[in-house]
Design a binder for this molecule. Structure first.
Ligand code: IYR
Length: 326
């Protein structure tokens, strides 16, 4: 695959395409990152951006995973001690999932975000940024609780991470896009280089195919799920025989194949009893989606194949988590 296509495959948005083309022309040793607020258990949302990091490693880029402990603290996720303990577990799960530890730099935000130079830059951005703008940037990151002063400090720090980790590319879900747009202005105002960003989609809710997959409502799949849990959730998922259902709905089963299974498996085998035509083997998402639409692939078989592949992706992290907890 062409490097630009590999860098941008399965992305919802690239800012800007021109900057990314420059990067794709010479990706070797360039540094890309995703920041995660530490949480004890990874779920599909984390794994979707991790898949993009794996693509970038394949293209020759260096990958930085920021365990954003200070950000999680500012976003009301617990005491600093609690957050740091979950960050260690998070790192272990990413490695089990397939981020090569030799090629991945794991960094804690607190290692550099409390340095004087960084803090003074936060204050410089605070002077240059309207309250309204910082608040709007956080709309999709902040939970439902009251806005606090910490919520507007947060995107200013996310801006500076790009400079202080010496990065060439920022990666995040579409929920990060407003922070990354603010970051472009902020970096420019401090006369730092502006860097491009890649945004990955936020997938639909498994059961209804509606809106955004929620990590809290038990509607996503996590490293804590047993094979049976995964089968149960996938079996209950919405799966019309089309990739574009009516209105705002999506087909979450096809989305999971597209964003989670095909990026990690060269071929996808779906077991099917002989009497129904025997096993099916696909080497592209397009071929599988076309078979679902034509009726060649029954939704029940699509689901059982999906659960088996998701289980294979989750199993190493699930085992690691059990070891850490015992
Ligand atoms: N805002 C992210 C966490 C985060 C991301 C980056 I990229 C940072 O530099 C810092 C924090 C979230 O919503 O999880």
């Amino acid at each position: 695959m062409d490097t630009f296509d590999l860098l941008t495959r399965n992305a919802s948005e690239v800012v800007t395409e021109e900057e990314l083309r420059d990067l794709a022309a010479d990706p070797d040793g360039k540094r890309a990152y995703v920041g995660y607020e530490p949480s004890g258990v990874l779920h599909l949302g984390h794994l979707l951006t991790a898949n993009k990091l794996i693509d970038l490693q394949e293209a020759g880029m260096e990958v930085v995973v920021l365990l954003a402990d200070v950000h999680a603290y500012l976003n009301g996720k617990g005491t600093f001690e609690e957050i740091q303990a979950t960050a260690e577990q998070m790192q272990a799960q990413f490695v089990a999932y397939g981020l090569d530890p030799e090629q991945t730099e794991f960094r804690y935000g607190s290692e550099f975000q409390l340095d004087e130079e960084y803090v003074l830059d936060v204050h410089a951005l605070a002077v240059d940024t309207s309250l309204n703008r910082a608040q709007r940037a956080m709309a999709e990151i902040k939970g439902d609780e009251t806005v606090t002063v910490s919520h507007v400090v947060y995107p200013l720090m996310q801006t500076l991470d790009i400079e202080y980790l010496d990065l060439d590319l920022a990666v995040g879900g579409m929920d990060q896009r407003k922070v990354h747009m603010l970051a472009r202005e902020g970096l420019r105002s401090l006369e730092y280089d502006v860097r491009p960003a890649i945004h990955t989609p936020i997938l639909g809710d498994l059961e209804s195919g509606d809106g955004k997959m929620s990590s809290s409502a038990g509607l996503t799949i996590s490293m804590e799920d047993s094979r049976e849990d995964i089968e149960e959730k996938v079996n209950a998922a919405f799966c019309p025989p089309t990739r574009d259902p009516e209105g705002d709905l999506v087909n979450p089963v096809l989305q999971l194949y597209q964003y989670h299974v095909f990026p990690r498996f060269e071929t996808v085998r779906i077991d099917r009893p002989e009497e129904y035509g025997g096993d099916l083997v696909y080497d592209s998402f397009e071929a599988l989606a076309a078979d679902l639409e034509s009726g060649e692939l029954h939704p029940a078989d699509a689901k059982s194949g999906l659960a088996a592949h998701l289980d294979e992706l989750i199993a190493p992290g699930r085992e690691r988590l059990q070891e850490l907890r015992s």
